[in-house]
Design a protein around this ligand. Structure first.
Ligand code: PMP
Ligand code: GLU
Length: 424
């Protein structure tokens, strides 16, 4: 009965929405592999390690014990408290109780909820709320802001500063309509991070900025906090007392504990407004996903408190550090490809613009990061993410995830090098 549906439209909201390129490419590489094609995937933003066994055991035990029913929307209180304790103990964030913590279905959805609770579409005659977004930035921040009715004000950084914005740039970006400043250190896609001193300098500008931007909230996405291997340890901007009650700290289990498929994320914000925000997120979540999978709470507590898990996390960190060195040295041998040394997360974000204008051995004219990635996937069977959707200067770059074995890194870099050397 085609005539019945021919006139149907989808909502503008989704028609205008850009699909996530990281998710799309990951799916495409997996589908090619399932078809028997020998694709080397460097698109996935997920650790290749398995979840530590003790975490799995905690969930299995809870499942077998019948913990299979709905739970309080934002999580059971022992687990929310356990997260508050972790953030106080490890991240030095002051004033947190379980009531300042929301647990949701992955960091991405918790981010979505947070932004929905902070950003409204403009009323007639009003200017829209602005999200200050240092770029290059993970592909989902912009669409999540726009879905809420806000606009993005990019603050662009480049490889010359290891992709870090300066305090002066931030100062210029703050307006009376600034609602959310996003920080993401270590960074996806850059693989670099801010030092404590950098963040303290930004915090000074933020504090002064509250006069001009009375509704400004800082959202710091620290999902890669455990994966650091440069000279600077991770530092949480929410630990700075002068601004702490303006800071939402976003994190989750996906990256640190190799738990991407479990879909567990959380956000925390101290103070009275923090408690209100978290309550509002519960109201919203109660009309969306309700709670996370019920038998996962003991697994979260296990991950955050069992010292044996810390040992596993440290092993993974060391492996990422070795892979970072390996991939950087391999990339340095490829003509026309340059990038700063990664210091956190598991990405490198090389500038490949020197290759634009060239033609691949099989005759594809490379004019952009996207055409380069398409040609490499089709002709060399290596999956990278083109930079365009990460904002700022990203169109000159591509993102390579090295959350894979050293053998795969070596094989992938062999193919990348051969592809580039055969271009004319
Ligand atoms: N923030 C950043 C910077 C990420 O790279 C990711 C990975 N998708 C997330 C948040 C969300 O991860 P998840 O939804 O798996 O918790
Ligand atoms: N964060 C990962 C990435 O950037 C997973 C995919 C996604 O959620 O974007 O690849």
């Amino acid at each position: 009965m085609p005539t019945q549906s021919a006139a149907l439209d989808l909502a503008r909201r989704v028609n205008e929405l850009k699909p996530s390129i990281t998710v799309a490419l990951n799916n495409k590489a997996k589908a090619m592999k399932a078809d028997g094609i020998d694709v080397l995937g460097f698109a996935a933003g997920e650790p290749d390690f398995d979840t530590p066994q003790v975490i799995k055991d905690a969930a299995i035990k809870a499942l077998n014990a019948g913990q299979t029913k709905y739970t309080p929307t934002l999580g059971d209180m022992p687990t929310r408290q356990c997260i508050a304790d972790k953030l106080s103990r490890e991240n030095n964030i002051p004033g947190l109780t379980g009531e300042h913590v929301a647990i949701g279905v992955g960091g991405k959805h918790v981010l979505y909820n947070t932004i929905q609770c902070l950003i409204d579409p403009p009323m007639p005659g009003e200017d829209p709320w602005e999200m200050i977004l240092p770029t290059p930035a993970w592909v989902s921040y912009r669409p999540i802001c726009e879905l809420a009715g806000g606009v993005v004000r990019e603050v662009v950084a480049g490889p010359d500063t290891d992709f870090r914005i300066s305090p002066a740039q931030l100062q210029d970006a703050i307006t009376p309509r600034s609602r959310v400043l996003v920080l993401n250190s270590p960074s996806n896609p850059c693989g670099t991070m801010y030092s404590e001193a950098d963040l303290r300098d930004l915090a000074k500008v933020i504090k002064e900025g509250f006069e001009r931007a009375p509704q400004l909230v800082i959202l710091t996405d620290e999902i890669y906090e455990k994966i650091v291997y440069g000279e600077h340890p991770h530092f949480s901007i929410g630990s700075i007392p002068e601004i702490a009650e303006r800071v939402v700290t976003l994190n989750g289990m996906s990256k640190a504990y190799a738990m991407t498929g479990w879909r567990i994320g959380y956000a925390a914000m101290p103070g009275d407004f923090g408690k209100n925000l978290i309550k509002a997120m519960g109201k919203l979540q109660g009309q969306m996903t309700t709670n996370i999978t019920s038998f996962n709470y003991p697994a979260i507590r296990e991950a955050l408190t069992n010292p044996a898990v810390e040992t596993e996390v440290e092993k993974m960190r060391q492996a990422f550090a070795e892979r970072a060195d390996l991939i950087t040295s391999r990339l340095a041998q490829i003509p026309g490809v340059t990038c700063p040394q990664p210091t956190g997360a598991f990405y490198v974000f090389p500038d490949v613009s020197a290759l634009f204008g060239k033609t691949s051995a099989k005759g594809t004219k490379v004019t952009s990061a996207t055409t380069l990635c398409e040609a490499m996937l089709e002709e060399a069977h290596i999956a990278f993410v083109p930079g365009e959707d990460f904002g700022g200067i990203s169109a000159n770059h591509l993102r390579i995830s090295f959350a894979c074995s050293e053998d795969q890194i070596n094989a992938g870099m062999d193919r990348f090098k051969a592809f580039v050397e055969s271009m004319s």
